[in-house]
Design a protein around this ligand. Structure first.
Ligand code: SF4
Ligand code: SF4
Length: 73
């Protein structure tokens, strides 16, 4: 049903065109949901661990992260 490669079902969306690979979101995620790919760009490696605390979204200096949450937007 859910595949790790299916970006659209992830709780966190990362805009790769905005991400500058600073690693801040990866460092601040309390659940280690995010990892850097070979370019240093953040990827959602463990979506099932996400607690939707929005730390990644709040800390990203380039507004590249969006956390999905029910009842939001
Ligand atoms: S919302 Fe929180 S737990 Fe989920 S990826 Fe962002 S920092 Fe990690
Ligand atoms: S904080 Fe933003 S710019 Fe930095 S790695 Fe994460 S998504 Fe990319």
């Amino acid at each position: 049903m859910s595949s790790p490669d299916t970006v659209n079902t992830d709780p966190v969306l990362i805009d790769r065109s905005l991400c500058k690979a600073c690693g801040i979101c990866i460092a601040f995620c309390p659940k280690k949901v995010l990892e850097a790919d070979e370019s240093g760009i953040a990827v959602v490696a463990h979506p099932e661990e996400c607690i939707k605390c929005r730390m990644c979204e709040l800390r990203c200096p380039d507004f590249a992260v969006m956390v999905r949450s029910e009842g939001d937007e």
